[in-house]
Design a protein around this ligand. Structure first.
Ligand SMILES: *Cc1c(COP(=O)(O)O)cnc(C)c1O
Length: 410
């Protein structure tokens, strides 16, 4: 999408608004599947939590993807989008046995990440095959250092507990049909990631009934020019070979699974906000937009970087701005950023706004959450309406207490 396309969306649907470029999603999906072309049986489960609009889920369904879900509600969304339950994997953390049983009842692949629930689930439902989430305790840092840290992570079953895990499987007679890891860290060094996969292969060899190995995600995307990102092609090439080798020694062609969120949708998303006010102070020029961390929390939550372009004046003189929101709290999107000269009323486009942006939006300050638009073949499709006052009041129960005269006087 170019600046003109984005501007047309803001003109048609108002601001603030999220726009997702369908072609960009498709091309990332195809990039991933081509990278792993050598794997005979590849399963891509799109991580719903990154961007959970039903029309996006339907797009992934059309591409042939499955879904990775972390709550029973995400599972229900996936089913509502028409995704077959057999193509949905449910990887919760810290949820109740009841919720896991409910999701298992929908025919979804269960992935269990602790021994307590595994034992309880296996004892009650020995015929339901489950995947187990393993924590290999490998941490990919900013360089090639391998730290076998993360021992205190709340995710996954520690590799040091595999003997106990195997005993539970044997005692309950349950079937483990998949092993999984998701370290959660950005993969900068493929070598570190491959090291973690070796630990997973070693673990996998201990289970006889595997249908798949799920390597999670952690693919890093670039946020600005010159940013390091995961070399998917190289990773795909090396891991596919290694995986095929594993299948040979395992004696069965099982599936190679991944569950990316960010990689598939981050760059496809743009967030458009209008500049309400330009405010000069003694030290900086603020551009205040009609949004805030209620709509895009990542800069305040993780210090994440989002490129910002003035699409109303793309060819102006570059000047330095601090772009801030309208929330009554420090609400900074970007500091000291060079942006083409901004006038009040201009539309700013934030990049990398596809993943963990709308899905983390809230009604803080009682503001409406923005509209969402899917752009396809040069046309915009509204996929979520902007909220209204009815949405703010929905579920609120209007109770008026009788405050006695004494209380008022006191
Ligand atoms: C969040 C999550 C993902 C997706 O991670 P990205 O960094 O967005 O690719 C995959 N798997 C699990 C289990 C997750 O919790």
């Amino acid at each position: 999408m170019n600046a003109q396309d984005l501007l047309s969306v803001a003109q048609e649907h108002g601001s603030p608004v999220y726009v997702y470029d369908a072609e960009a999603i498709v091309s990332q999906y195809e990039r991933l599947t081509s990278a792993f072309a050598k794997a005979k049986n590849l399963r891509i489960h799109y991580a719903v939590k990154a961007l959970s609009n039903i029309s996006i889920l339907k797009l992934f369904k059309q591409l042939g993807a499955g879904l990775d879900t972390v709550s029973s509600q995400e599972v229900q969304l996936g089913l509502a989008a028409g995704v077959d339950p057999s193509k949905i994997i449910y990887t919760p953390n810290g949820v109740s046995l009841e919720e896991i049983e409910k999701v298992a009842g929908m025919g979804v692949q269960i992935n269990i990440d602790n021994l307590s629930i595994l034992e309880q689930f296996g004892a009650k439902h020995p015929t339901v095959p489950v995947c187990v989430r393993i924590n290999p305790h490998v941490m990919a840092g900013g360089n090639a250092n391998i730290s076998v840290g993360h021992i205190d992570s709340k995710f996954g079953i520690s590799i040091h507990q595999i003997p106990h895990l195997l005993r539970i499987v044997e005692n309950t007679g349950m079937t483990v049909n998949g092993v999984h890891m998701h370290t959660g860290s950005d993969i900068l060094d493929i070598g570190v990631f491959l090291y973690a996969t070796e630990i997973l292969f070693e673990t996998a060899a201990k289970f006889k009934d595997l249908e798949f190995i799920d390597f999670g995600s952690g693919f890093k995307v670039p946020y600005k020019e010159g940013d390091v990102s995961t070399d998917i092609e190289e990773l795909g090439d090396q891991l596919s070979d290694r995986f095929n080798e594993f299948c040979k020694s395992y004696g069965k062609d099982i599936a190679l699974a991944f569950e990316p969120g960010k990689f598939l949708v981050s760059q496809a998303g743009h967030f458009l906000a209008k500049v309400n006010v330009i405010k000069q102070t003694t030290s900086t020029v603020f551009a205040g937009v009609d949004s805030g961390f209620n709509h895009l929390i990542r800069p305040m939550l993780y210090g994440s970087y989002h490129g910002i372009k003035n699409i109303s004046n793309p060819d102006g003189k570059n000047r330095f701005y601090s772009v801030v929101g309208y929330i009554c709290e420090t609400d900074t999107f970007a500091q000291n950023r060079q942006i083409s000269e901004i006038a009040e009323g201009d539309i700013l486009a934030f990049s990398n706004a596809g993943a963990y942006c709308y899905s983390m939006a809230s009604n803080y300050n009682s503001r409406y959450r923005p509209a969402e638009v899917l752009w396809h073949n040069g046309k915009s499709h509204l996929i979520r309406e902007r909220e209204t006052m009815d949405d703010i009041l929905r579920n609120q129960v209007d109770v008026e207490l009788e405050i006695g005269a004494e209380a008022v006087e006191a």
